[in-house]
Design a protein. Structure first.
Ligand SMILES: NC(=O)c1ccc[n+]([C@@H]2O[C@H](COP(=O)([O-])OP(=O)(O)OC[C@H]3O[C@@H](n4cnc5c(N)ncnc54)[C@H](O)[C@@H]3O)[C@@H](O)[C@H]2O)c1
Length: 385
């Protein structure tokens, strides 16, 4: 069985270590902070105790799983690992330094993966001696529960490395999709309008926070409304991803961040974790009621879904990923009720184009420009499936 190395014992590194150990691998978890290692071990023990309480594993299985993980602050302990997955802070310079350190410790054919959410994998590999073995292996939070993993080859990655990584992650019971090394990969790019367009609708005073959440949940079928989801993710994290994607796309208005969300971040209204966000989570706070106006709700869902479909179609048109992987990524990575391209067929591609063209004409804003693929497909009466 391959030995797996994990660099970074934070939320993601700890989760990925649990996944690998639960599939029988010996795992080496390395962090440069001893308290982070201790916390990671404690959290894993607590998570395993919960699984034992729920009858999902025995005490012996829990002990065996925990026994497979070695916690260390020395990268030299990666020496026998055939795969090392980096999950340290989202900082390109720190990651580059860390990769050089990992490369110095491992053998020539060890795969080096990064769990980055938004940084260029090709840029991380630029200074390695063997950049052909680097690639993005992007898990979602929490890693033990979320099935999707985006595999992102760098420009330098050798094809057999992609296959080896995919086979390994598939063997962990995950669903892998292949994404081009472009900003936000699939999920963090295609999902942007879920937040961005909802924020615009709020800022324009078309509907308030609970009404937009109600519409997207009850009428759109999404598991969480956009504002409850932003509060759950953390407004600081969600805002930073939007800002990074916006900058990486050379300030394309489609990804423009929102002042409203920035203000929340400035005020430390980060969401559930600070007790306040779009909603008030403090004890005794009242839950605001939505308007429950079906016509208004349908208008909100139509606008947000049209923008999401536009983004998914653009990702397909620009070869970020194939049709099936785009739809899988959104249903399994962020629990969308349907794949966006399948949804486009259901709504009618010409209806999506009309909605986008109406928004474009009304706002005179490039943000609403329709993807060329949708226009061609509407003209030729084609469907995605
Ligand atoms: N949190 C999420 O929802 C999420 C989801 C997907 C991907 N990611 C990505 O995963 C990565 C990690 O995110 P996280 O939320 O687990 O972060 P985190 O802050 O919880 O953990 C990062 C850990 O890395 C350690 N670290 C920092 N520099 C190090 C170094 N040079 N050597 C060894 N250890 C080092 C820190 O001590 C810390 O324990 C980031 O790239 C992030 O973008 C995060």
């Amino acid at each position: 069985m391959e030995i797996i190395g994990i660099l970074g014992a934070g939320a993601m590194g700890s989760g990925i270590a649990q996944v690998a150990a639960s599939r029988g691998h010996q795992v080496v978890v390395c962090d440069n902070l001893t308290p982070a290692l201790k916390k990671s071990g404690k959290n894993l023990q607590a998570a395993l105790a919960t699984l034992v309480d729920k009858g999902k594993m025995t005490n012996a299985e829990s002990d065996a799983l925990f026994g497979k993980i070695q916690y260390t602050d020395h990268m030299s302990d990666f020496r026998d690992c055939s795969v090392v997955i980096e999950a340290i802070v989202e900082d390109i310079e720190l990651k580059r330094i860390a990769f050089k350190g990992v490369e110095a410790m491992v053998s020539g054919d060890t795969i080096i993966g990064s769990n980055t959410s938004s940084l260029s994998v090709s840029a991380m590999g630029a200074q390695l001696k063997h950049p052909e073995r680097i690639l993005g292996i992007h898990f979602f939070n929490p890693a033990p529960l979320m099935r999707l993993v985006e595999i992102i080859p760098a420009l330098q990655t050798a094809p057999p490395i992609i296959e080896r990584a995919r086979t390994l992650i598939d063997s962990w019971g995950k669903t892998t999709v292949l994404a081009k090394d472009t900003p936000g990969f699939i999920v963090n790019r295609v999902a942007r309008p879920y937040y961005g367009e909802s924020l615009r609708i709020l800022e324009e005073g078309i509907a308030d926070v609970p009404t937009i959440d109600w519409a997207m949940r009850e009428l759109g079928g999404f598991r969480m409304g956009p504002f409850e989801l932003m509060d759950f993710i953390g407004n600081d994290i969600n805002y930073t991803v939007t800002e990074t994607v916006f900058r990486s796309f050379y300030f394309d208005p489609r990804y423009k961040p929102s002042f409203t969300q920035k203000l929340l971040v400035n005020a430390n209204y980060l969401g559930k974790k600070t007790g306040r966000g779009f909603y008030d989570y403090r004890p005794g706070a009242a839950t605001p009621e939505p308007l429950r106006d079906e016509a208004l709700g349908r208008q909100i869902v139509t606008r947000v879904v049209a923008m999401l479909v536009n983004e998914a179609a653009d990702a397909l048109y620009l070869s970020v990923a194939n049709r099936d992987d785009i739809d899988l990524a959104m249903t399994q990575g962020v629990n969308y009720p349907k794949g966006l391209l399948a949804w486009a067929d259901e709504i009618g591609i010409e209806n999506i184009v009309s909605q986008l063209d109406w928004l474009h004409a009304e706002y005179c804003d490039d943000r609403y420009r329709c993807c060329r693929l949708l226009r061609i497909m509407a003209r030729e009466k084609r469907t995605f499936y």
